[in-house]
Design a protein around this ligand. Structure first.
Ligand code: ZN
Length: 268
């Protein structure tokens, strides 16, 4: 695609010109469908217009960044519990921390195998309930910040409210694509322990009620000080990151005080 190509949505021009990769600035090739939210998190239809993410960056994000971070908890475990299928159509599984989890194909019903006597990260109660303590790998927060910046920048490009090639996004694009160990990019993290608003619809089928649930949602917002914040909810987990600065600033104070949120450093 020539560098000068401009996308048209109806009679409107997109704010970000197509034909220049928003992460590495090369002018192509652009032949691969770029999913802002990975397919393995349950997104099978939301893709970017061609000409925003080059094939090289598409491949890097898919095979290096996403495949690594999504194998870490909580992503890996939530995918199994939510019976999300992999790109190849199989149910996700989680093996690690001395245990194995397999999806049954039903929401929150998993097959679990572990030896509690050998695994100090699991506490099982007599009533059958239990808690898993999963230790994130040392590079988790570093990769998490890069992954969230990648997703956030792409969704912002899709929303067409900003020119993603603007210099205010340079640190974010560099960190997402290349990883800058000197950057200590803040990530806010919160959890809704018992989120009940995920069911979108219920219908009866021969085998019983079939519920459709929302796996993810996101918000992009501008703070009074100009910071552009990306908040991403995956099942019960809420993540937030600033796309224009490595600091979240006043955003944390604006969070719902009813939730517990923690700042995480991305530094390794
Ligand atoms: Zn690129």
């Amino acid at each position: 695609m020539p560098a000068a190509t401009v996308a048209h949505c109806g009679n409107r021009q997109m704010k970000t010109r197509l034909g220049k990769c928003i992460f590495c600035s090369v002018h192509g090739p652009f032949t691969r469908a770029e999913h802002p939210i990975p397919e393995s998190l349950g997104n099978d239809d939301l893709t970017l217009p061609m000409g925003l993410v080059c094939d090289s960056c598409n491949q890097y994000f898919g095979t290096k960044l996403e495949s690594t971070i999504l194998n870490y908890p909580p992503w890996s475990i939530e995918r199994v519990a939510a019976a999300v299928r992999t790109k190849r159509g199989r149910f996700a599984k989680f093996i690690g921390n001395g245990m194995s989890l397999w999806s049954t194909g039903f929401w929150s019903h998993v097959v679990f195998a572990a030896d509690p006597t050998k695994n100090p990260t699991i506490r099982l109660n007599p009533d059958g309930t239990g808690v898993m303590f999963v230790v994130p790998p040392p590079d988790y927060h570093f990769l998490l910040s890069r992954f969230l910046l990648k997703v956030g920048l792409e969704l912002l490009a899709l929303s067409d409210t900003n020119d993603i090639n603007d210099h205010q996004f340079d640190p974010a694009r560099r960190h997402a694509r290349f990883g800058e160990p000197s950057l200590d990019w803040e990530v806010a993290y919160g959890i809704y322990p018992r989120r009940r608003d995920l069911i979108i619809s219920t219908r009866e089928d021969e085998i019983g009620p079939i519920e459709e649930r929302q796996l993810y949602s996101y918000e992009l917002g501008v703070m009074e000080d100009g910071r552009i914040i990306f908040a991403f909810m995956y099942i019960t987990h809420l993540f937030a990151i600033c796309l224009t600065s490595d600091r979240l600033g006043n955003y944390i104070a604006a969070f719902n005080a009813g939730n517990e949120f923690h700042l995480q450093s991305s530094r390794r």
